[in-house]
Design a protein around this ligand. Structure first.
Ligand SMILES: [Zn+2]
Length: 89
């Protein structure tokens, strides 16, 4: 069961692929840092699956973070902090 708060209080924020360690300026939107990080993960996979080699390194980094959550934690915290610092749109 999930309680959803949706009364205009849900502010979307935007981070770019680059802000999350990727090579391009694609804007990723989400209500939480986790959503944006997941969107970035999907974007990296899609880009590489589509033959975009420039996203390969970032995808490897992202995969490494899922595999080694402790080592990836400082990146994750940084991404969360960056996200929290963004102005709400
Ligand atoms: Zn990208």
């Amino acid at each position: 069961m999930k309680l959803e708060l949706r009364e205009g209080s849900t502010a979307m924020k935007t981070m770019t692929c680059k802000q999350l360690g990727g090579p391009c300026d694609l804007a990723l939107q989400g209500e939480t840092a986790d959503e944006v990080i997941k969107a970035q993960d999907k974007h990296l996979r899609d880009a590489v699956a589509g033959g975009d080699q420039s996203h390969q390194d970032a995808l490897n980094d992202m995969k490494g973070r899922w595999k080694h959550p402790i080592a990836g934690m400082s990146w994750y915290r940084g991404a969360k902090r960056d996200f929290a610092a963004l102005p709400e749109v």
